[in-house]
Design a protein around this ligand. Structure first.
Ligand code: NAD
Ligand code: DAU
Length: 360
């Protein structure tokens, strides 16, 4: 027993979105103990959480969600009564090269956590579970819904699952397991499916940090295909706020879509980044457009994602707080000001990955 109201296991807390969720919960809820479980893969970095690492309600545990026995031990040792599950392999390009590790972490890892929760909460020390004391929150993606055409349609919570990449197939599969544990065992679960996030601490294999870094360093900007694919971008702290709200007020067994109603064609977004970085570095407007390099398209590249988050707005009152212009300016500034962070996370095998991806 301890004096905390809740003992929340946040998985993948050393990653991009997870670090923002951990920071929000540690600072906002001193009455909760936050146990951050992360394997510290190439994408996980404790430097993302320097500002909260000594907080009295924060604990870090290095572990692999693929190890079921270890998950059981951790649930027991920390009396885990709630889970916010973000740990995953998250990059589509890597999933095309190595689908097995996506199935392992995203499917089996999620199943291990569900089973650890079921045994600990239903059959274990508590005997019964109730929504008021337990919740398994699964953080998922809009990519499970597949791709939209260039029209006005949006993904709603009722859109049929139609994943196209090994990454989205693994996330779709994990979503199905979460719902199955609700329907079969009565585990109190909740799922959210979010659109593309951007902001500080994102690993520079993803479009926005990769391109900001390359513009700064005068390196080629590898645009897949014709750059016409569309993504719906949300500032990461707005996602973290949505997770907080859904965790506390969402309906048991429900799904919530999270998105910014902020669609951008890749090439248009890239030109905004070029303009913002060039200005910040005192270069001529658009000087770095010469870095744009059209490369072979991503296999199975989804044309367009766009989220309808009306349910979240109507039922829980959530809306994005940051306009895109402000968000992207803040993000560019952050990466330009944090070259040390960039150098830190791109040490290790990053250059090997980059060379293999772009043949340079
Ligand atoms: P990320 O790749 O930045 O971070 C993933 C974290 O999980 C890392 O800290 C990594 O070390 C950890 N991890 C990976 N495998 C692990 C394992 N086997 N055991 C324990 N920890 C492990 O990912 P992200 O972009 O922050 O995404 C977090 C979650 O949000 C994922 O589930 C992703 O599917 C989902 N999501 C991401 C976005 C986005 O735009 N980035 C949008 C919607 C949903
Ligand atoms: O929609 C949510 C998803 O968004 C999350 O579930 C994923 O974890 C996250 O990685 C992200 O997936 P995307 O594939 O959309 O993000 P990425 O940053 O890899 O690519 C964004 C777009 O930019 C996509 O259309 C591919 C394109 N792209 C990407 C890279 C890395 C390029 O043109 N060149 C690049 O070098």
């Amino acid at each position: 027993m301890n004096n905390f109201n809740k003992n929340i296991l946040i998985t993948g807390g050393a990653g991009f979105i997870g670090s923002h969720v951990v920071r929000l919960f540690v600072n906002k809820y001193p009455e909760y103990r936050i146990v951050n479980l992360d394997k510290l893969t190439y994408a996980g970095n404790l430097a993302n959480l320097k500002d909260v690492e000594n907080a009295p309600n924060y604990t870090f545990v290095k572990a692999d969600i693929c190890d079921f026995e270890d998950m059981m031990r951790i649930f027991e040792e920390y009396s885990i009564d709630n889970v916010i599950h973000l740990a995953a392999e998250s990059h589509v390009d890597r999933s095309i090269k190595d689908p097995f590790s996506f199935a392992r972490t995203n499917v089996i890892g999620t199943l291990n956590l569900l089973e650890a929760a079921r045994r600990s909460w239903v059959e274990g020390r508590d005997g019964v579970h109730t929504v008021s004391t337990h919740r398994f929150y699964h953080v998922s993606t809009d990519e499970v819904y597949g791709a939209l055409e260039f029209d006005n349609t949006l993904f709603t919570e009722d859109t049929r699952y139609d994943p196209h990449s090994p990454y989205s197939a693994s996330k779709a599969s994990s979503d199905h397991f979460v719902r199955a544990y609700h329907d079969t065992y009565g585990l109190p679960v909740i799922i959210s499916n979010c659109s593309n996030n951007y902001g500080p601490f994102q690993f520079p294999e993803k479009l926005i940090p990769l391109f900001i870094n390359n513009i700064r360093n005068n390196k080629p900007l590898p645009v897949y295909g014709k750059g016409e694919n569309v993504r719906d971008w949300l500032y990461v702290e707005d996602h973290a706020r949505a997770i907080d709200l859904i965790f506390h007020e969402g309906k048991d067994g429900d799904t919530y879509n999270i998105g910014g109603f902020n669609e951008w064609k890749n090439i248009d977004l890239i030109k905004v980044m070029i303009k913002t970085v060039d200005r910040a570095l005192g270069r001529e407007d658009g000087e770095s457009e010469k870095l744009i390099t059209y490369v072979t398209d991503r296999a199975g590249h989804d044309l367009r994602y766009a989220i309808d988050s009306t349910k979240l707005k109507n039922e829980l009152g959530w809306e994005p707080s940051l306009q895109f212009e402000e968000g992207i300016a803040k993000t560019v500034r952050w990466y330009l000001d944090h070259e040390d962070w960039m150098n830190n996370v791109t040490s290790g095998d990053y250059q090997k990955y980059y060379d293999a991806m772009y043949g340079r």
